[in-house]
Design a protein around this ligand. Structure first.
Ligand code: NAD
Length: 413
């Protein structure tokens, strides 16, 4: 099967679920396209005096249920099509976990690993100002994604506030000293664990008996790995952009985090054998957790997956071709819109605290996160049973129904 573009593929998932709920045909064109797409030129003066010009995007897919919400990605593949796909996933995700946001995504087509901190800051400020007319506390609230972090959010907040007045709630995932919420940084990885726990409970499986392989050891992958070993599971494989490692008796995740923090390549971790990305996908494990980029499990490699379940910590890691092969082989997939929704749920908690100017303890944050993720899993599993379908279609069905209803009630369509 020819693989589709990211946006086409997400719309395949949309259409499969829309058919299940008998969505009226007129809603298809509203919900498979974005409300607004902003593409900007971002000129950046480099430290050596040269000028670099990159392209930046903010796509607002649907805002029927609240202000637009979604991360900002710095990556060479973050083109308009990818950002569009990710924005639409945010719409279904925010609706599924029932937070009062719409869906958006942003990105700059750039390799940030080649930039100094000063260059990154100049690029971030320029981009923020270029899209600032569509941002705002009740309009559109960015957050971190691939290759962006709390520092980048601090620069965005400062740039936006220089125009609008002090506005900590204009972005989430900020440093704690600037209105960030204790628990937000870990929320996506932790949320993945809560969802996997709920899945395991449903199947009568003890997490402590599971072998887990994690692709991507950044914010999401490293927090997920650190939390899952607390439940007694074994992390047998890890990888990042430079390669991977495998150890059947379990990798010391804390040692791996310290190794990375010291600037050393993950694939040189001692006590584990080096593996490639393909070998990680195909390794002997029970749970495969893509937590890096999209389109890593496709019709070319899905037949090699040995895991019993794929937990989509990354966005759109499984293509429709790969998804079909996994389903035919009985490998269950816990979809991105559910699995990694702890990130946007945590962002919602941060936004609420900023608006109320009242901070929560990390314990409260985690308790509320767990309750929402467990409820979202239960709703998704119930929808999958009702329609006799996959968790992905069940999750999309819930999201689409809620967004379609809100769009109609507001008189948008
Ligand atoms: P990050 O930049 O912190 O980490 C990305 C990790 O992936 C790094 O370890 C990097 O080395 C690795 N990586 C990059 N290219 C790779 C490749 N080709 N093969 C293997 N590993 C590779 O990003 P993150 O915030 O952890 O995001 C990871 C995924 O989770 C993305 O798909 C993102 O959209 C999704 N996500 C993130 C959040 C969040 O709160 N940060 C929320 C929801 C979903």
């Amino acid at each position: 099967m020819t693989e589709l573009s990211a946006h086409q593929a997400v719309n395949v998932y949309f259409e499969e679920a829309a058919r299940l709920i008998d969505l009226e045909p007129s809603m298809y064109s509203v919900l498979t396209t974005a409300y607004r797409e902003v593409a900007v030129q971002v000129p950046v003066r480099l430290d050596d005096g040269d000028l670099m010009v990159v392209r930046g995007y903010r796509v607002q897919h649907n805002g029927a249920r609240g202000p637009y919400k979604g991360g900002i990605r710095y990556h060479p593949t973050a083109d308009l099509d990818e950002v569009r796909a990710l924005a639409s996933l945010m719409t279904w995700k925010t609706a599924l976990v029932d937070v009062p946001f719409g869906g958006a995504k942003g990105g700059i087509e750039v390799d940030p690993t080649k930039l100094s901190s000063a260059e990154l800051q100049r690029m971030t400020r320029r981009f923020t100002m270029a899209i600032s007319h569509v941002l705002g506390v009740y309009r559109d609230i960015p957050a971190p994604d691939v290759n962006t972090n709390a520092q980048v959010m601090a620069w965005m907040m400062d740039a936006f506030s220089s125009k609008a007045g002090y506005s900590p709630a204009c972005v989430t995932g900020k440093p704690l000293d600037l209105g960030g919420a204790p628990g937000r940084e870990a929320a996506t990885g932790r949320g993945c664990v809560y969802v996997l726990e709920a899945w395991a409970d449903r199947h009568g499986i003890d997490l402590a008996n599971l072998r887990v392989a994690v692709q991507g050891f950044g914010n999401v992958g490293s927090w997920f790995a650190a939390e899952i070993i607390e439940r007694g599971a074994k992390v047998v494989a890890l990888s990042d952009v430079r390669g991977g490692v495998f150890c059947g008796s379990g990798i010391d995740v804390h040692m791996a985090r310290a190794h990375i923090a010291a600037g050393r390549p993950l694939n040189e971790l001692s006590g584990a054998e080096q593996i490639t990305q393909d070998e990680l996908i195909a390794c002997a494990c029970d749970v495969l957790v893509p937590a890096a980029l999209g389109q890593v499990i496709t019709d070319a490699n899905a037949s090699t997956v040995q895991a019993r379940v794929v937990l989509e910590a990354a966005n759109y890691p499984v293509t429709p071709g790969g998804d079909k092969i996994l389903a035919d082989r009985g490998v269950e997939v816990i979809p991105d819109v559910l699995a990694n929704a702890g990130g946007v749920t945590g962002s919602y908690f941060e936004w609420v605290q900023n608006i109320q100017q009242f901070t929560w303890t990390e314990q409260r944050f985690n308790d509320e996160l767990k309750a929402r993720m467990v409820a979202a899993f239960a709703h998704t599993a119930a929808a999958a049973s009702k329609y006799d379908t996959s968790l992905r279609r069940g999750a999309f069905a819930i999201g689409i129904e809620r967004v379609a209803n809100a769009s109609k009630m507001r008189g948008y369509v």
